[in-house]
Design a protein around this ligand. Structure first.
Ligand SMILES: Nc1nc(=O)c2c([nH]1)NC[C@@H]1CN(c3ccc(C(=O)N[C@@H](CCC(=O)O)C(=O)O)cc3)C=[N+]21
Ligand SMILES: [Mg+2]
Length: 294
């Protein structure tokens, strides 16, 4: 018997992001109409990595569109640790600031981990502080990392059943792979984390009912690695230079090759990227409510 390829449905992150941002905008307008201040987000960026600059600008634009105040801080590439530590300390004290995000990666001379640990956990909208990671491990409320939370929100929007399913997460970063594995576990998946040292990788990924690629390798996941009917989530954002100043954005999944195999698939762009920005805004509003007791 030949297997009939399942028809593939797109998990439209851009559409859900727009819907959620519209709801957040209304929520903020209501709070402001009741006489409360606007929520505030501070994004710290060091240096001028062009990709980071685009993301930071997108985050700031989204903030303003929703009626939030953005306290962007842009530092030169040679800024020292003490200057940044002092900047975070002052944002921790600033009553108008509900969320603090340090755009990663930081230049090599800086100790990013040490810096992240100085952020007030109540303002850690990236969910990277050990207190928030600890809450996640325990299954408690707390600020959760935006990209994995965005993946979970998108799966929930399409009512996809997770209980008892095999989930394979490719990548073990603290920003995506590890927290996402914990969130899938919380939804009763049987979770495997695979990474650059994993042996017989395709044998493992072919067991996945839910396969998430978060490794930063352009079009790494090919059709032969995917179980027929799998849900495939592409977290990768890779800019391929095409020459003549042209470039295109591709994920960690070979979209055209995998689409005939998957039942659901996220596109790049328009998939998890816009969800990440949206969950950052949602985390900032959650932190604001918590801080104001609303
Ligand atoms: N502390 C920290 N937290 C982060 O969450 C964080 C970070 N550092 N450093 C860099 C990565 C990357 N990232 C993206 C966010 C949105 C899009 C996004 O909106 N992408 C659009 C397309 C954007 C484009 O056209 O370039 C899309 O996929 O449709 C992409 C990537 C957050 N990151
Ligand atoms: Mg890795």
């Amino acid at each position: 018997m030949t297997a009939v390829p399942p028809s593939c449905q797109i998990l439209d992150g851009k559409a859900l992001a727009q819907k959620m941002q519209g709801e957040l905008k209304q929520e903020i307008a209501q709070l402001v109409a009741q006489g409360h201040r606007s929520p505030g987000l501070a994004v710290l960026m060091v240096g001028d990595n062009p990709a980071s600059a685009v993301y930071v600008r997108n985050k700031e634009k989204a903030c303003e569109k929703l009626g939030m105040v953005s306290f962007g801080k842009h530092f030169p590439v040679d800024t020292d640790q003490e200057t940044l530590t002092a900047a975070i300390a002052s944002l921790n004290e600033d009553e108008r600031v509900d969320g603090i995000l340090v755009q990663l990666p930081l230049p090599d001379h800086l100790d990013a981990v040490k810096l992240l640990h100085t952020i007030d956990p109540g303002k850690d909208v990236d969910g990277l502080h050990p207190v928030n990671l600890g809450h996640l491990v325990r299954g408690e409320d707390g600020l959760r990392s935006c990209t994995p939370a965005g993946v979970m929100a998108l799966l929930a929007e399409y009512d996809l059943e997770l209980t008892g399913k095999n989930a394979v997460v490719l990548g073990r970063s603290i920003l995506v792979g590890k927290p996402l594995a914990l969130m899938l576990l919380e939804k009763n998946c049987t979770v495997t984390i695979a990474h650059s040292r994993t042996q017989n990788l395709a044998d493992i990924t072919r067991q996945a009912d839910i396969l998430v690629a978060a490794i930063g390798k352009p079009e790494f996941v090919t059709a032969d690695m995917v179980k027929p009917g799998a849900i495939v989530v592409d977290v990768g954002i890779n800019r391929l230079e095409l020459g003549e100043g042209k470039s295109k954005l591709v994920g960690d999944v070979d979209f055209a090759g995998v689409a005939p195999m998957a039942s659901y698939l996220t596109p790049v762009p328009g998939g998890i990227g816009p969800m990440t920005v949206t969950l950052l805004l949602a985390n900032t509003v959650a932190s604001y409510r918590q801080r104001l007791g609303l």
